[in-house]
Design a protein around this ligand. Structure first.
Ligand SMILES: Cc1cc2nc3c(=O)[nH]c(=O)nc-3n(C[C@H](O)[C@H](O)[C@H](O)COP(=O)(O)OP(=O)(O)OC[C@H]3O[C@@H](n4cnc5c(N)ncnc54)[C@H](O)[C@@H]3O)c2cc1C
Length: 569
């Protein structure tokens, strides 16, 4: 706090002897910071301002309130003004917008939304946690009644009322990210017919395209219409009531209500006005202690740029976990502790109508974007628990790791059960700089109803080890169309007849030992089976008999997803 000595402190300005900490935004980052700071320091004055009517509410629960899964609005309120006052001696000013920051004078201007009056408040330390605002694209019609974004409890309340008052039957969700998907799910719970309009050719942009395919198939099977690779052109009023969402392709989608979920933008206006450094992604630049370019101001949550620990790039990651942890780090810093925020790795999960999709770390497209080439990947499709125990469901899992050291770079998984548990394990391994060898060796829970003696996480690590040590060379699916290798499908003839990669020949694993001499020794052999396991056995056999064979990781199951994503012919 070196600058503090140079100017009059807030405490001396307002006649108090106590150091005064003001917090803008009282939800994930702000409330965490306030509560942690009080636990660390009983001597400071802490005041928190939010322009909305509530602090510390569960924004992540809002879609479920719209869907009536959470029917009692009060359940969304994690902590009240009174609780902050009585339990923590923290002043909370709701309906109070911070309209300006004078970093030189160390004051903020606040406007009381009930009276309309403005006043100034002095600070010794200021924490900005104003979050991120939903993007409203600059196209005609986005301000029409019936077009919503979801950020606050009043937003969700308005959508609920609109559904009931208008007897809404159809909805268009613009944007297929996690908030769009959660909204789609919850509108289905309200028995609306739902269409998703998404500019990219896939939903869930953090996933690699082929990993989004099972999700898209699931959405379609649940009756959600997907309009992919098509942007929003405008929204029109429909004769006789309702709206028409007009896509860039010219498609016209009728809707009784429209939800805009095309992403969020850091609310960095106050920070800009205070002269704080803003990064290329539009977020506030902070150091590892969440301190901004002004040593008396900290910033946390959706408004900041943070380092992606895997790519080393600065990024914005609007998720609740990082916001909460950053709030805590800022509090520790204000209290004089040297705690550091480690950066982010984008661990996220979404559940949609029974399917779970989760990811952590870098995606393949993310690695390629930052020109990382020294990596490999494996695909696998194990059951979420032992196959002999009833009710095993496949987890579609992709693991990315660096070559040759085997450091884990990222993982994505999709399935009906057990998905987030596997991604959380891999996420933790990444945080400890783990390698695929650590995954192979990880000792995890096992009983038949929960996992397998070789858990999917172990299997992913073992497969990756096999790639690294040359036991299982893998061919790159993306080169399938250009390779002059011979494609050999080692499934049984009936499976082969049910569908196979074009130009593949069939030599079942069960006949390989007696017929392998039919295969050419002067050509690369790319082996495929259903999920990669039999092709691995075949690879081991052939390579010990002088052949040059590789496994097409994940087998025909992965091929179908790649083909659906337009990545394989
Ligand atoms: C619908 C929805 C679902 C989500 N689901 C998930 C999920 O499942 N998992 C997950 O990890 N993340 C989820 N998130 C994201 C998560 O909620 C945010 O990343 C997190 O809340 C960010 O915390 P924050 O403190 O930066 O901002 P917020 O929690 O948004 O709080 C910012 C507060 O600051 C107030 N404010 C802004 N400007 C001012 C001002 N000038 N004066 C006074 N007050 C101001 C705002 O009114 C707001 O109340 C979801 C978000 C939404 C909207």
């Amino acid at each position: 706090m070196s600058d503090q000595a140079n100017s009059q402190s807030a405490s001396s300005q307002n006649g108090s002897t106590r150091r005064r900490v003001l917090i803008v935004g009282g939800v994930a980052g702000g409330a965490s910071c306030a509560a942690r700071l009080r636990r660390l320091d009983e001597s400071v004055e802490i005041a928190m301002f939010d322009r909305g009517p509530y602090v510390s509410f569960a924004n992540c629960g809002l879609p479920y309130y719209v869907g009536n899964v959470i029917s009692d609005e009060r359940k969304l309120l994690v902590a009240s003004r009174e609780m902050f006052r009585d339990r923590f001696n923290i002043e909370v000013h709701t309906d109070t917008e911070v309209t300006g920051v004078d970093s030189g004078a160390r004051t903020i201007t606040v406007r009381d939304g009930r009276t309309g009056y403005s006043r100034t408040e002095s600070y010794d330390a200021l924490v900005l946690s104003p979050g991120a605002a939903p993007i409203r694209p600059p196209v005609p019609g986005v301000e029409l009644p019936g077009v919503f974004a979801v950020r606050s409890i009043p937003d969700s309340r308005r959508i609920r009322s609109w559904i009931v008052d208008r007897n809404a039957k159809t909805a268009v969700v613009v944007g297929g990210g996690f908030i769009g998907l959660e909204m789609a799910e919850n509108l289905i719970h309200r028995e609306l017919s739902v269409a998703i309009l998404e500019k990219l050719p896939q939903v869930m942009p953090p996933l690699d395209p082929e990993m989004a395919v099972p999700l898209m198939e699931h959405l379609a099977a649940k009756g959600i219409q997907l309009h992919l690779g098509d942007g929003l052109a405008c929204i029109e009023e429909r004769d006789g009531g309702g709206l028409i969402v007009v896509a860039e392709s010219g498609a016209r989608l009728p809707a009784d209500l429209v939800v805009l979920a095309i992403g969020v933008r850091p609310e960095a206006g106050l920070a800009k006005e205070a002269g704080l450094q803003i990064g290329p992604r539009g977020g506030v630049v902070v150091d590892a202690q969440m301190r901004t370019s002004d040593s008396n101001i900290w910033a946390v949550g959706d408004v900041v740029e943070v380092q992606d620990v895997l790519t080393g790039q600065e990024t914005v990651l609007p998720l609740a976990g990082p916001a909460n942890r950053q709030g805590r780090v800022a509090a520790e810093s204000i209290a004089g502790r040297g705690t550091h925020f480690r950066g982010v790795q984008a661990t996220a999960v979404v559940g949609v109508l029974g399917l779970t999709v989760a990811s952590t770390g870098a995606s393949e497209k993310g690695l390629r974007r930052v020109a990382v080439t020294s990596f490999e990947k494996v695909y696998l499709h194990p059951g979420h628990h032992a196959g002999y125990y009833p009710g095993a469901h496949a987890i579609h899992l992709k693991l990315l790791f660096s070559v040759p050291d085997g450091r884990i770079l990222g993982a994505q998984a999709v399935g009906l059960e057990g998905v987030e548990k596997r991604i959380d394990v891999i996420a933790t391994a990444i945080q400890f700089n783990g390698t695929v060898h650590d995954l192979a060796e990880a000792e995890l829970c096992y009983a038949p109803q929960f996992g397998a003696a070789k858990d999917p996480v172990n299997l992913a690590g073992m497969l990756a080890e096999n790639v690294l040590n040359g036991d299982m060379p893998v061919a790159d699916w993306l080169e399938l169309d250009h390779a002059d290798a011979l494609l050999v499908d080692v499934r049984e003839p009936a499976e082969f007849a049910g569908g196979h990669i074009p130009n593949a020949i069939n030599l079942p694993l069960s006949q390989l030992r007696s017929r392998y001499v039919e295969l050419p020794t002067d050509r690369d052999l790319w082996l495929c089976c259903a999920v990669g396991q039999r092709a691995y056995y075949a690879t081991r056999f052939l390579n010990q008999h002088g052949y040059r064979s590789c496994n097409l990781s994940g087998g025909y199951t992965t091929y179908k997803a790649l083909k659906a994503a337009g990545l394989a012919g």
